[in-house]
Design a protein around this ligand. Structure first.
Ligand SMILES: Nc1ncnc2c1ncn2[C@@H]1O[C@H](COP(=O)(O)OP(=O)(O)O)[C@@H](O)[C@H]1O
Ligand SMILES: [Mg+2]
Length: 236
């Protein structure tokens, strides 16, 4: 029995500008993602990838259409309900890592646990275990500016994983990293996917998309291709 993690039906997102202009970015997007999938989203710059990711991540609301996570309809939830879904079900990884620079790695990873209501001892234990999982167990008391970019992204991944979310969303996670470090990060995502995590990742690099199994290619706000990564390469 496959569990459906995400379902997007007739999803539209339009930005409304001052002066009355409207700018449709996502136009009738439809797809379903099951538990354990590893999906890359590609498309030219400005095609709506980040808008889609922010919608999937409950950071932004669609203009119309239905968005479900774990069979719950999130497209009609209020801000408090969305915040709860974000905290419990979604781990977000950004291109710029988005760590708090004045906090230790341990404290950075603890942040989602504070909202989840764990006491300090339990927070520290869990964060230490998660940092060890991403091979940073010896660095828990460092600050982000004392470690490399690749290590900072591993901290961000540990933070994304800490509440055991249903879904990991990563928007250009290797965009600020060199090739060797990008491979390390993609190896980590691959390992997490083998452990059963559902991963959706935006990239503009075919080499990065190759780590995924399925590719969704967005062009001008519509799904232009949705299928195995290898078959898309053949079409290009
Ligand atoms: N908050 C916003 N308000 C208005 N326009 C936006 C906003 N965010 C993105 N856009 C526009 O929507 C289009 C898609 O942006 P985005 O989703 O960031 O694309 P991508 O991530 O594929 O490069 C772009 O033309 C961008 O300028
Ligand atoms: Mg983007």
């Amino acid at each position: 029995m496959v569990n459906k993690v995400i379902e997007v039906k007739n999803l539209y997102k339009t930005y409304f500008m001052e002066g009355g202009n409207s700018y449709p970015v996502l136009k009738d997007i439809n797809f379903q993602i099951n538990e354990g999938e590893f999906v890359a989203i590609m498309g030219p710059s400005g095609s709506g990838k980040s808008t889609l990711m922010n919608t999937l991540g409950c950071l932004d609301k669609p203009t119309s259409g239905i968005y479900q996570i774990d069979e719950q309809i999130v497209s009609s939830m209020n801000d408090d309900q969305l915040a709860e879904i974000r905290n419990k079900k979604i781990g977000f990884v950004f291109q710029g890592f988005n760590l708090l620079m004045k906090r230790t790695l341990l404290d950075n990873v603890c942040i989602p646990l504070i909202y989840a209501g764990y006491d300090l001892e339990e927070q520290h234990k869990r964060a230490r275990d998660m940092l060890t999982h991403v091979k940073l167990g010896n660095f828990v008391d460092r600050f982000p500016n004392q470690i490399s970019g690749g290590m900072q992204q591993r901290v961000a991944i540990a933070r994304a994983l800490i509440n055991n979310p249903t879904l990991i969303l990563a928007d250009e996670p290797t965009g600020n990293l060199d090739t060797k470090t990008s491979i390390e990060i993609m190896d980590l995502f691959t390992e997490l996917n083998k452990e059963g995590k559902t991963i959706v990742l935006v990239t503009h690099e075919p080499d990065i998309a190759n780590y995924a199994k399925r590719l969704i290619y967005i062009l001008d706000g519509v799904v232009h291709y949705d299928g195995p990564v290898e078959e898309f390469k053949g079409r290009k």
